[in-house]
Design a protein around this ligand. Sequence first.
Ligand SMILES: [Zn+2]
Length: 448
Amino acid sequence: MKILKKISGTVLVSLLLFSCSQKNKESNNTLLLENLRLIDGNGGNPVENVKILIKDGKIVQIGNNISDKEAKIVDLKGKTIIPALISAHSHIGTLKGTTTKPENYTEENILSQLKKYQDYGVLNVMVMGTDRPLLFESGLRDKSAKGEIEGARIHSAGYGFGAPNAAPPVDFAMDKVFRPTSVSQIPAEMDSLTKVNPEVVKIWVDDFNGKYKVKMQPEIYKAIINEAHKRNLRVAAHVYYLSDLKKLVADGIDIIGHSVRSEVIDNATLAQMKAKNIIYIPTLSLDEYAFIYAKKPDWINDEFFKKSLEPGVYEMITSAKYQDDLKKSSNFATNMKAFETAKQNLKKVYDAGILVAMGTDSGAMPLRAQGFSEHLELQLMTESGLSPLQAISVATKNSAKALKIDKDFGTIEVGKTADFIIVDGNPAQNIKDTRKIFSVYKAGQKVK
Ligand SMILES: [Zn+2]
């Protein structure tokens, strides 16, 4: 009897504790954000004085007449909410300090970079073909997808395909990339790649500004595209030249991972890209980084920029030697012209109704700072002729579509995951206001 009483006492206490913690959990998980200016990612004009109710990480109600007794109320008067940014082309783990090398690819480095993206409001990133076995063997990739680790959620193209003794450069931690010398090798390589469940397949079709004498041959990329499609995988190509783009479009490419920078894309090619539902990722920030430090950009001393850099990079890019070498480089004029062509092509591609997604190539090199690059990309899209609201849609809704995660992410709408950035100011008027980050929420939890 005594024992029974003791047990039921314990049960009662545990039950009470349980229900208390349940109740606390519930109230903590219900948030009512008030007095916001809403930019929902769909491209429409901002809506003023909006309330947003969030429960268990999801957006459950949006309007101006919402109340919830359980909810924790957050007054955000004067601030704007935009969906969290999504990068459809980035790199993680290989960059550290002023180096990009295989030894940098540790769990610790990956986690700290995912956290950095998160601090900048970038909550989903696609790593384009430079991942290493550790990501899959450690379970990091799965844990990230389930939201069990902090930081941006990782999406992976696994190991990409390049050309033997050519692009991508082996000395930039690209030693895990497949480099088929004949079409016959490709099925087995694709089988090996599918073991890590890539979300897309990455190919490099470029000579890196004439650095390499050879490029991936058309019969090789055609076979890669065919083998990927047989396994229900899409292929994203690193391109530079219009001539390569035309062949890739004819051969069934799904995603263009960088801008065409050799010349302006003709209307016939644009029409084919549109008809084939090809996705275009401009990565304009990469092209600007190729020459901009010779001229001291207006953001060079912004804390928002400096904090995104790895240690030693600021000193490197502001040194007289670096700036001098850049100006004297044989590619300096070509790179400036390539950037202008890239901007023209973005506007043409966008106006042709082709789906444009945001990518930056951040993390591939010390210059391509993770987090800052995504906000610079927004600005560069507007300098290409997109409106700020269009640029925001590209970086949120369209990128979610490109990654096929638009059921849960990319816009601020009922039913979607509560991933967003609260900023001071109004990015619809001044796109640089996305840099005035007040807070970042990942699945309804304030993470910055
Ligand atoms: Zn890249």
